[in-house]
Design a protein around this ligand. Structure first.
Ligand code: PGA
Ligand code: ZN
Length: 426
């Protein structure tokens, strides 16, 4: 049973405050977790409670959320059974009482929710993935390495946010990680030869100024080749252009970082169609804005049987929205971010609902992260088969990939690498 709950304000990978929670059980077990934070957020995400005090951290302090953990939430939860995640999460939701966790803050609630799971696993003396997923958890996810950063995550002229390489043809997770790192280094030398910058963006990928968006794909393909790998079989591409960020009031999309051109929904769908025809792309996330439900239906009709169409800003890990999307044939895959919905129970429900509707799931970090590696265990626990947690660069990104190495080692012969199959669930 829970003995104490204590939160503190720490800093994330961008140097902004976030919430860290320690849960201690009566048997002495400790669970510690820290909450991530996005930059290109969906409008219907659960509320990230910030202090708004301009004298501290430009208003981004989280002392109110910390206080909510240490007072209201702690006093309600002390004594409860940490193994009963659903009961604890439901109690927190009831205490908050709002749809978007506006009273207590999703960062307060999620911090506890994750730390409770950790404490319970530690008390049972089993790994977190087994506590959350039981004996059926065995699938190591295909890692989607975001090797070129643009959009809201980098100071360059690339409109689209994420260009990822996915080693679908590797036989194990550790080989997939090895290939990812080799491609990353090969890509670095490709960029150097062209005289481009090799400094990195928020998610550890390179953030060069390029002559246009498509050049990002061209240099990545050169990097894959230089690493001695074959694009299309060993390694495929996944994109998160995060098109919600380009959406304008009049319904058009503005490429404001490159050439200031304006596009319609149809223009954007045609662009993805032509890229999918030319390049080994297996997944496109947020290929249209979150406001464009009809456009999404059209995009899914046109490309849904050829590639994975992932909803991030549009679904925000919300089971209700995912259910509506499944009914309306909007996308065919859910991006899963724990802090978009704000509790582990609801996150697990979003994954369950996606799978039962025939959608795939990609477990995801945020652009603002800590060294907390919770989502690595979550990916294995749910047999999601896919994870994106940045480039193989920057400690807060590697924390997750390295934890997956440990899990693979521990599972031994029980471990199975998801590879290409994960992108084809029906
Ligand atoms: P964010 O970006 O964490 O800044 O929202 C990640 C994504 O859009 O997938
Ligand atoms: Zn996204």
């Amino acid at each position: 049973n829970i003995k104490s709950i204590h939160a503190r304000e720490i800093l994330d990978s961008r140097g902004y405050p976030t919430v860290e929670v320690d849960v201690i059980l009566q048997d002495g077990s400790l669970g510690r977790s820290a909450v991530p934070s996005g930059a290109s957020t969906g409008s219907r995400e659960a509320l990230e409670l910030r202090d708004g005090d301009p004298k501290r951290h430009s208003g981004k302090g989280v002392l109110k959320a910390v206080a909510n953990v240490n007072t209201t939430l702690a006093s309600a939860l002390i004594g409860m059974d940490a193994a009963d995640q659903t009961n604890i999460d439901n109690k927190m939701l009831a205490l908050d009482g709002t749809e978007y966790k506006k009273n207590l803050g999703a960062n307060a609630i999620l911090g506890i929710s994750m730390a409770i799971a950790r404490a319970a696993a530690s008390s049972k003396k089993i790994p977190l993935y087994r506590h959350l997923g039981g004996d059926g958890a065995y699938l190591l996810p295909a890692p989607c390495f975001n090797v070129i950063n643009g959009g809201a995550h980098a100071d360059n002229n690339i409109d689209f946010q994420e260009f990822m390489v996915v080693p679908v043809g590797a036989s194990t997770f550790s080989i997939a990680l090895e290939w990812g790192a080799e491609i990353f280094h090969a890509l670095k030398s490709v960029l150097q030869k062209k005289g481009y910058s090799t400094s990195v963006g928020d998610e550890g990928g390179f953030a060069p100024h390029l002559s246009n968006n498509v050049e990002a794909i061209e240099v990545i393909l050169q990097g894959i080749e230089k690493a001695g790998l074959k694009a299309g079989s060993d390694v495929c591409l996944a994109l998160d252009p995060a098109v919600s960020e380009l959406h304008q009031e009049d319904g058009s999309y503005l490429f404001y970082k490159s050439d200031q051109s304006k596009k319609s929904t149809e223009d954007i769908i045609q662009l993805w169609e032509s890229w999918v025809n030319q390049y080994p792309i297996i997944s496109i996330e947020d290929g249209l804005g979150e406001q464009d439900w009809k456009g999404w239906q059209l995009l899914t009709e046109r490309l849904g049987d050829r590639i994975q169409i992932v909803g991030d800003d549009i679904f925000v890990t919300n089971p209700k929205i995912i259910q509506k999307a499944i009914a309306d044939k909007v996308g065919n895959s859910s991006l899963i971010k724990v802090n978009q919905i704000g509790s582990i129970t609801e996150t697990l429900n979003a994954i369950k609902d996606s799978f039962s509707g025939g959608y795939t799931c990609m477990i995801s970090h945020r652009s603002g992260e800590t060294t907390d590696d919770f989502i690595a265990d979550l990916a294995v626990a749910t047999n999601a088969g896919q994870i994106k947690t940045g480039a193989p660069c920057r400690g807060e990104r590697l924390a997750k990939y390295n934890q997956l190495l440990r899990i693979e080692e521990e599972l031994g012969s029980k471990a199975h690498y998801a590879g290409m199959a994960a992108f084809k669930r029906k």
